[in-house]
Design a protein around this ligand. Structure first.
Ligand SMILES: [Zn+2]
Length: 176
């Protein structure tokens, strides 16, 4: 089955010193390297390689931002991929928190947004922009209320979000 959202999501992390991922699959320009890096629990983990990752990040109001992250360490013991705020900060990026969202900007441009998933700040990505449904956006945007989404659609005429299907119901939202 085709997956609309990559299940190996990157998370935005303020503590880690480097971008890193346990999965080699998305690392471009891969090169073998060594060393160790510490996790948030101070456990020492082995670095086996590094590479670059191209991310297609979902932004609120219906646009997609493609962003190349260089020098992502391959750390097989890591729990999940991490984007390091410390590394971005060194490169002149700025961070802006807004409720459940963190916006990372370069100059005035939003490079990516991270959404609080109840535990961590997840960076929503798409793999097939043409196939995105209204439901995809609703979930990617942290179950943003349909009324709020509809308002965004009116404000942003260049939005890529499809119109809300009639009788649209999100089963997760209904339960809560
Ligand atoms: Zn929902």
């Amino acid at each position: 089955m085709e997956q609309k959202v990559r299940n190996k999501s990157f998370y935005f992390d303020t503590a880690c010193t480097s971008h890193m991922t346990p999965y080699a699959g998305r690392l471009l320009n891969y090169s073998v390297c060594g060393g160790f890096v510490k996790s948030s629990s101070q456990k020492s983990m082995e670095i086996v390689g590094k590479g670059d990752v191209v991310m297609d990040c979902v932004l609120r109001y219906g646009s997609v931002s493609s962003f190349c992250v260089r020098g992502v360490l391959h750390v097989p013991d890591l729990a999940h991929p991490l984007i390091s705020w410390r590394k971005l900060r060194e490169k002149g990026y700025t961070e802006f928190g807004e409720g459940d969202y963190i916006l990372i900007n370069k100059g005035t441009k939003v490079v990516f947004e991270a959404v609080f998933d109840g535990n961590l700040f997840k960076i929503p990505e798409i793999s097939h922009p043409a196939h995105i449904t209204y439901d995809f956006w609703h979930q990617a945007l942290g179950h943003l209320a349909p009324s709020t989404m509809d308002k965004s659609l009116q404000l942003y005429s260049d939005a890529d979000i499809p119109a809300r299907p009639t009788n649209y119901v999100c089963s997760s939202c209904v339960k809560s």
